[in-house]
Design a protein around this ligand. Structure first.
Ligand code: 4AD
Ligand code: MG
Length: 428
C-alpha cells in the first residue's frame, strides 16, 4: 500500500450520490458536491469502516442526498485529486421514484424534456461554469476600461431590430408593449449620462426558424460609447473578446472544462487582436466563387458565412454592409449611402456580434425611420437624443449563448439552462 497523504482527518460534505461501483467489500461513490462544481467527488467506503451501514449504502439509489464524513486523502487518480475515506454518512433524502436520467446516454429530446433535472449533470455544470466565467470576464473588461454597467428595461414601446420578431405583451389596460429585442436604444440614451455603458439583459426574438444558433430568449451583452467611431467600436469588440478568451485559457480549471466539453483549446490559444476586416463588397467576390447566385444586396445566410469563414480561417469582421439590410439606426457612408458603417463579427459558428456607428443626425435618422415604415411617434424619445447635444457614437451586441456555443462546441440549446425556441410549445 502506498503511504497515504492525509489532507484532513475529519471533513464533512453534503451532496448527491451520482453513481457507485462495488469491488468486494469496498464501495466507490461518485458524488456531486457543491465544493467541486463540474467534477465528481470520490468517496470510498470499506465494510470494515462502516460495518452496520455498508449494505444499505451499497443499495443507495442515484441522486440520493447524503452527508458524508471521513478522512480526506490525496489520490491523483480521483477526479478532484482527492478522495474521502468514509467513516459515517447520513441520509438527507432518498428519491421517491427511480431517477429518470440515471443511465449514461440520453437523446437531446430526453435531455430537454427533463431539463430541470439534467442541469445537474457534470457536462452541464461545466457549460454553466464556462458561461459564468465568460460573463464575469466581459464585465471585468468593461470595468477596467471605465465602461459603466447600466440596467435598461425589458418592456418597451418600440422595435429596435424590426417588427417581424417582436413578442407583444398586454401592458395594463389598453396599451401594448413589446419584450426587448435589444437594449441598444436605451444604451444610446445612457451614453449622454455616463459616456461608455454596457448591459447584460435578456433579449427576445420571435424567431420562427429552427436553427442551431437562434433562441427565442437569449442573453445579450451590449455596449455603447459616446465619441466612438466605427473603427473604435470594432477595436473594443475584438479587445473584449480576446481578453475573455485569453483569460479563460490561462485559467487551468476553465481550460480543462473547455477541453472536456470538446472546445478547440489549441485554436483559441492562437486567437489575437486585431481581427481581419473584409468589406461586404470583398466578401461577395469571395463568395461568388462558391455561390454564384448570391446577389449584391443580399444578406449572408448561415451557409454563406460558413464558406467565408472557411476562406478566412479565423475570426473576422465583415464591414460596410448594404444599408438596406441593416436596421434604421446605422450610419450611412457619406460618399456611398448604399453602404453603412455596420459590421458583423464572423467566427466558426457564424455571426457572433453586430455593431457599428449610429446615425447621429436628426434629419437623416428621421428619414430612415420613415423609410422603414416605422411609426415616428414610437421613436419621439429616441429622436430627442439627436436634438440635444447629439454626438458621434457607436456600439455592438453579442449573444452570450453564441459565445458559449463557440467556446464549448456545444449546441446553442445546451448553453442556457432553460432554452426557449419556437418548436417548444410546452416548456419547463
Ligand atoms: O445582430 P443583432 O440583432 O444586433 C442587435 O440587436 C444590435 N441592436 C446590437 C447592438 O448594436 N447593441 O444581435 C446582436 C447579437 C448577434 O450577433 C447574436 O450574437 C445575438 O445577438 N443574437 C442571438 N443569439 C441567440 N438567438 C437569437 N435569436 C439571436 N439574435 C441575435
Ligand atoms: Mg446581427
Amino acid at each position: 500500500m502506498p503511504e497515504e497523504d492525509t489532507l484532513e482527518d475529519m471533513v464533512q460534505y453534503k451532496g448527491w450520490m451520482v453513481k457507485k461501483r462495488k469491488h468486494g467489500s469496498v464501495l466507490f461513490l461518485d458524488m456531486h458536491v457543491p465544493q467541486f462544481p463540474g467534477q465528481l467527488f470520490q468517496v470510498v467506503a470499506s465494510k470494515d469502516a462502516i460495518p452496520a451501514q455498508f449494505d444499505s449504502l451499497a443499495s443507495l439509489a442515484p441522486e440520493s442526498a447524503i452527508t458524508v464524513e471521513g478522512k480526506l486523502v490525496k489520490n491523483s487518480r480521483a477526479p478532484t485529486g482527492e478522495e474521502l475515506q468514509l467513516k459515517k454518512y447520513e441520509i438527507i433524502q432518498i428519491p421517491t421514484e427511480a431517477y429518470p436520467l440515471a443511465t449514461k446516454e440520453h437523446s437531446p429530446e430526453t435531455l430537454l424534456e427533463w431539463r430541470h433535472l439534467a442541469v445537474r449533470g457534470t457536462t452541464y455544470q461545466k457549460i454553466w461554469l464556462v458561461r459564468e466565467e465568460s460573463i464575469r470576464l466581459f464585465g471585468e473588461f468593461f470595468h477596467k476600461n471605465n465602461w459603466h454597467a447600466v440596467s435598461p428595461p425589458m418592456l418597451s414601446r418600440s422595435a429596435c431590430e424590426g417588427g417581424s420578431t417582436l413578442f407583444e405583451v398586454k401592458y395594463f389596460d389598453n396599451t401594448k408593449a413589446y419584450l426587448s429585442q435589444s437594449a441598444q436604444l436605451y444604451l444610446e440614451a445612457m451614453i449622454y449620462s455616463l459616456g461608455s455603458v454596457w448591459s447584460l439583459t435578456p433579449s427576445f426574438r420571435a424567431e420562427k426558424s429552427r436553427t442551431p444558433r437562434h433562441l427565442a430568449e437569449f442573453w445579450h451583452l451590449e455596449g455603447e460609447s459616446a465619441f466612438c467611431d466605427f473603427d473604435g467600436i470594432l477595436r473594443v469588440e475584438e479587445e473584449a473578446i480576446v481578453y475573455v478568451i485569453q483569460n479563460l485559457m490561462q485559467n487551468k480549471r476553465m481550460k480543462q472544462h473547455i477541453l472536456d466539453l470538446g472546445g478547440n483549446v489549441s485554436y483559441f490559444e492562437t486567437i489575437k487582436a486585431p481581427f481581419d476586416r473584409l468589406t461586404y463588397d470583398a466578401a461577395v467576390k469571395i463568395l461568388h466563387k462558391k455561390n454564384p447566385d448570391f446577389k449584391w444586396g443580399d444578406d449572408f445566410g448561415a451557409e454563406d458565412e460558413r464558406i467565408l469563414f472557411e476562406h478566412m480561417k479565423k475570426p473576422f469582421f465583415i464591414t460596410h454592409y448594404p444599408t438596406a439590410i441593416k436596421a434604421f439606426y446605422v450610419k450611412e457612408e457619406s460618399n456611398r449611402p448604399e453602404i453603412c458603417r455596420s459590421a458583423d463579427l464572423i467566427v466558426d459558428i457564424g455571426e457572433l456580434t453586430t455593431g457599428g456607428q449610429r446615425e447621429e443626425d436628426i434629419t437623416a435618422i428621421t428619414a430612415r425611420i420613415k423609410k422603414e415604415g416605422l411609426d415616428i411617434k414610437d421613436y419621439s424619445w429616441y429622436l430627442d437624443l439627436r436634438k440635444y447635444g447629439s454626438v458621434p457614437h457607436a456600439g455592438f451586441g453579442l449573444g452570450v449563448e453564441r459565445f458559449t456555443q463557440w467556446i464549448t462546441g456545444q449546441h446553442i440549446r445546451d448553453t442556457i439552462p432553460f432554452p426557449r425556441s419556437a418548436r417548444m410549445t410546452q416548456f419547463i
